[in-house]
Design a protein around this ligand. Sequence first.
Ligand code: PNS
Length: 183
Amino acid sequence: MASSRKPVIRHSAFHFPIPLRFSRMRRAIYPGSFDPVTNGHLDVIERARKLFDEVVVAVAHNDEKQPLFSLEQRLDLLRETVGQIDNVRIAEFSGLLVEFARDQAAGAVIRGLRAVSDFEFEFQMALMNRNLNAAVETIFLMPKEEYTYLSSRIVKEIARLGGNVSTFVPGCVAKALSGKFSQ
Ligand code: PNS
């Protein structure tokens, strides 16, 4: 039976970049570790896809961060939650975000901004990315108030300590977390 899954675009030396001059599409990259994806991320994806023709949810390899979920697991959880949405594509990337944005002919990077505490790091990253490639604009989107205190880190901690995370993450993520911590 043919799979209904959309293919994941891999960013590698053999990947063919999409030249910006040939693309009339307004495309944005939503990068992150997504370790794992939370309802806060989904809220940002939903807002971003209304503003752009295509949103590329880009999972960073981030090997140095020692994620709980492997790259494949993080991609699978995203495929399961947003993989079927028309103008949302899931990809992975390593190396500089601005290089990936250029290869994808994306003019914008989306980041979620939850609270003032996020601001300093996000500000630094946005300005550094602008310095590296002024053609890529960073756009901040605020998730619903109820998600402002939500983060992948806190969700993992609650799950590790046996708490219920089902209102913070999609069902498949809650299941994957309980699988991780019941081992
Ligand atoms: O979900 P996160 O962990 O906050 O995402 C951070 C991420 C992956 C967006 C950031 O670390 C990143 O862009 N990494 C790619 C490497 C890069 O371009 N670094 C320079 C940014 S100033």
